[in-house]
Ligand binder design. Sequence first.
Ligand code: F6R
Length: 240
Amino acid sequence: MEIKVFDSYEEISKAASKIIINQVKNKPESILGLATGSSPLGIYKEMIQDHKGNNTTYQNITTFNLDEYYGIKKTHPKSYHYFMKKNLFNHIDIKKENINIPNGVSKEMDIECKEYNDKLEEHQIDIQLLGIGRNGHIGFNEPGTPFDSTTHQVKLDEKTRQDNERFFDSIEEVPHYAITMGIKNILQSKRIILIATGKCKADAVYGMIRGPIDINCPASSLQMHDDVTVFVDKAAASKL
Ligand code: F6R
């Protein structure tokens, strides 16, 4: 794992976005694995700015998002579909048909998971963008998730629900379930970029990098991948 420590979130976003933008410039039909939450917002802002200023085109890329809440419609303002449109897709020239996000309202979750996996098997991700949960989760793979897991439905940790309460009006509104790419899917990506900032992520970052490879810290599975770059600020790196 390559660890890059920065002074600010802005610097992290600039450095990480450069890697993604260069990837797309060098290979216009790149396959990108995308995340939601606070961590990638700066990167998406940089990508939009670059698209508008330098005309980098996303016409031929394909994207796969890590996860979606269960039971929330695509049009719901708190859904990850909505988040991605608002924070990235509406501002670049990506084709709608090239966007893949798990369907959290599928009536047949088993079929939804299988179809998402089948698509991932056919499209190896060039760069997978990740954040990390305070509990060490990646995607919504909570502690205890087997490393050979593929796309599946998951019951969210109370810690995760509390962390995500800030995106909702109350804790009651935060869904209890989600659908997520599995750890195996994530590890199949060619390259992985993980962003973590703030003291609240320091224990998880320590577990991911220095801890044993253990299902109790899902991010520790990234030690088994040979092309992971971790972008952290000093607070998130403080326990290393
Ligand atoms: C989001 C996701 C999660 C987040 C993680 C960190 O699609 O899969 O694993 O990356 O919960 O969230 P933030 O960035 O909001 O701290």
